[in-house]
Design a protein around this ligand. Sequence first.
Ligand code: TXA
Ligand code: MG
Length: 352
Amino acid sequence: MKTIIIKAKDHMLSAEELKQAAKALKNGGLVAFPTETVYGLGADALNPQASIKIYTAKGRPSDNPLIVHIADPSQMNVIARDIPDKAYELARVFWPGPLTIILNKKEIVPYETTGGLDTVAIRLPASRIAKDIILASGGYIAAPSANTSGRPSPTMAEHVVEDLFGKIDMIIDGGKSTLGLESTIIDLSTEVATILRPGSITKNMIENVIGKVFYDKAILTRHKEENVVAKAPGMKYRHYAPEGSLTIYEGSIDKVAAVINNKAKKYIEVGNRVGIIATEETKHLYECGIIKVIGSRNDEDSIAAGLYKVLRDFDDIHVEYIFSESFEGNGLGQAIMNRLLKAAGYNIVKVD
Ligand code: TXA
Ligand code: MG
């Protein structure tokens, strides 16, 4: 299949470019576009055949539901029913933005889009291009992250090209995603409000608006042996996985660096390529291996924005082992650790 790449100027598409993207989507095609979290792979959410194409292009298990992206909060009522007040309150405060709300679905949403579930995940993204595309193409766009299933989510158009070129109709290049981690997902389809995936909008921020919410147990899991089944089907798969074997080291940073240096030296001696995930503040502590800076410890946003790119960069140079520092498990740090732990298959070692 021929994939057209369109480079957006000034974070906007021209009327002609928008028309082209909308035409592809209305015809049941696939268009990857930037959002503030990660790039999405869009299809008409109300067209079952279009949704099925997403699963094929990504190699995604068919029981893993898609998020429906809308452009105006009033559209919630068209695709969801029994909407609690809490949903409207969260929408008012956090939309447009990186929050996905799960509600009971109306019939208009095909099971192909919801992975067979009676609930639907809904998000109103902040990115101008995303909003324009959704509006121009009918208003309901299913969009998972635009990566091959199992690879780190794409934070640049180049990542989408790597994974999906030749498999989809169009890729809109809107530069780097500003946040770099997927949206927070909250389930409001049951009595108990539950966060299924942590993201930039934290538990505290949500509780300030609607009161007590809970974490799905799987989010708090630190070891795969705990064997907790995630409620968001997508969270149960080994996700965000780099090619190399990733180990996270947790403890005081000097000890972590000493252990990583020691391991790296041994692995390199016997001919392995080793990558190290460090930060601006700690990069000077490492003595060998390919050291990549993920961001600054004084700026969690930079770490969130840098994580997936570093994992992909290590894939590109085919490192066999990756050693990473660990990050604080609060607020945004919790979302960062959640993704890093999943990338590592929960392979985390305490060094103190
Ligand atoms: O930031 C984001 O949310 C990005 C951008 C493109 O908007 N999208 C994204 O989609 O991350 P995806 O498909 O990669 O992740 C969606 C997650 C999956 O873990 C899926 O299982 C879960 O949301 N999900 C979707 N619908 C659900 C539902 N009805 N019930 C439970 N989990 C659901
Ligand atoms: Mg994804």
